[in-house]
Design a protein around this ligand. Sequence first.
Ligand SMILES: C[S@@+](CC[C@H](N)C(=O)[O-])C[C@H]1O[C@@H](n2cnc3c(N)ncnc32)[C@H](O)[C@@H]1O
Length: 277
Amino acid sequence: MDNNKKAIDVLICPVCKSDMYMSDDGRSAFCRGIKKHCFDFSSDGYLSFPQSSGGDSKAAVAARRSFLAKDYYLHAATAVCETVKKYIPNDAVLIDAGCGEGYYTSRLSDLADVTVGFDLSKFACAAAAKSARREGKQGLLYSTASVFSLPVKDFAADAVVNIFAPCAEEEYSRILRDGGYLFVVGAGKEHLMGLKRAIYDETYENGERADLPKKMTMVERQTVHFEIEVDGKDDIAALFSMTPYYWRTSEGDKEKLMRLDRLKTEIEFEISVYRKD
Ligand SMILES: C[S@@+](CC[C@H](N)C(=O)[O-])C[C@H]1O[C@@H](n2cnc3c(N)ncnc32)[C@H](O)[C@@H]1O
């Protein structure tokens, strides 16, 4: 439980914004405000802030988990970690904003002293916390919260990582120390082109996302491009359900994809690094 104490030191109460501390039995976190707001750890081990709801469903988290566990994206995860490692000190406080089921967070936590992964989805936090417990990860805490209102002290973080999740520049800027870094990871132009070709008659490159930071200084941008061969209908279905196309594809087009037993597709991650000056 000492493990969580360090992480709780960087948090603030989501209700009254006071500092937080851990209960002696390690089952809850209290705030130091007059009302001593109390938040419990779930049985899976994530810190549950009750005002949060929404985010990925249980089914979406399960699909993402099953696909990522097969390491189709390992090359990208390694590139993200290598990039982050270049910029942060060994004793860093790292926040993963929109951490999902923790595939990247878990690896990133090996680079930092304290890592907190936040996600709106309690199912994502539960899956992530379960894995962290199984792997005996130190200094890694998961908690339910929106990236637009993170229960983190001002200037507490050395790094914020934001992977395929909404980018809340103002909020990340508030929690980053001066000279801290924000890593925004999203889809490059050719990301999932092979999957799109399997579904649609006409395919287009992905455009630039609209929510990239505007006030921080960009210090690096790199494209990580590779190909994967997705093996079997279950993995193809899991990958498809992780994409925005899942929601906007007709049943007829979905069937085209579901007939395949193997799918070759380009994977392209855009990693952008920003400094808070
Ligand atoms: C596409 S998934 C990416 C998860 C993880 N970063 C990864 O790449 O595996 C997006 C995640 O962002 C979460 N999310 C969406 N809106 C959010 C918000 N406003 N605050 C926190 N998390 C959010 C979802 O619940 C989901 O887990």
